[in-house]
Design a protein. Structure first.
Length: 238
């Protein structure tokens, strides 16, 4: 069953078209990898699905569980079960890891979610969420907090890059944890080896899907044509 369906999405800001006629769908329980080089529109797509302030499609439809959600606000989408790990995470400072994990639901077992992301609960539950945690530890704790929300759809914006980089094996483990929790995942990345974890993959270039389907094939396509050369509105490789 389709959980998320993007139909012919375009997004313009100050006259610039960042996404152009983009269509993509994610099934229930499916991990869909979105591959693309810097500046191709991956995070913009994530903000549109999450419903961040100012991010509404200029045209096209965002359907979630059969419902048109274009005009829903971020908190309304969160209630439907959409959640996101930001590329540059917004972080809670100065609360204990245990409290951070039970922010939404006091009845969950925070230790369980820490173990799911490979952290020993006895070492971390009492730590504070602050700069004393390493980047990788903070990233894992953030992913644990998203798991603890039991989302229907988790959007993970480049969990494999940046200062808080996780290894490929860490990502595999985290994705398995989401799968075991029956969540669908939109996994944004620009590393082709990460794509192989997914059930399905799409490559975007210049705000368009240029290749979609079997992750291995999409990864190969991406390796061969990173679409670094885009000629104005039309990708040279379409
Ligand atoms: N508010 C805005 N005004 C003008 N241009 C914007 C705006 N927001 C995004 N862009 C541009 O849209 C393009 C896509 O940005 P986006 O952040 O979605 O890329 P990305 O694929 O996530 O890249 P990265 O891999 O570097 O994270 C970029 O060229 C960016 O500069
Ligand atoms: Mg990005």
């Amino acid at each position: 069953m389709t959980l998320l369906e993007l139909k012919d999405i375009s997004y313009k800001v100050t006259g610039k078209e960042i996404l152009s006629g983009l269509s993509l769908s994610i099934g229930t329980g499916e991990v869909h990898a979105l591959l693309g080089t810097n500046g191709t529109g991956k995070s913009t797509l994530a903000y549109l699905v999450m419903g961040c302030e100012g991010y509404r499609p200029s045209s096209g439809e965002i359907m979630f569980a059969g419902e048109l959600i274009n005009s829903l606000k971020i908190h309304e989408r969160a209630k439907l079960g959409i959640t996101m790990a930001w590329q540059e995470p917004v972080r809670f400072e100065g609360i204990a890891v245990r409290d951070y994990l039970v922010l939404k639901d006091k009845n969950i077992d925070p230790a369980h979610y820490l173990e799911m992301v490979g952290l020993h609960s006895e070492l971390y539950l009492h730590r504070m969420v602050d700069k004393s945690l390493s980047g990788g530890e903070r990233k894992r704790i953030e992913l644990a907090s998203i798991l603890a929300l039991s989302p229907k759809l988790a959007i993970l914006d480049e969990p494999d890059s940046g200062i808080d980089m996780l290894s490929t094996q860490d990502i595999v483990n985290v994705i398995s944890a989401f799968k075991n929790n029956s969540a669908s995942v939109l996994l944004i990345t620009h590393r082709e080896e990460i794509v192989l974890i997914a059930d399905k993959a799409s490559q975007i270039c210049n705000g368009r899907v240029v290749c979609s389907g079997d992750p291995e094939k999409v990864a190969e396509y991406y390796k061969a044509r990173k679409c670094l050369v885009c000629d104005g509105e039309v990708c040279a490789y379409v």
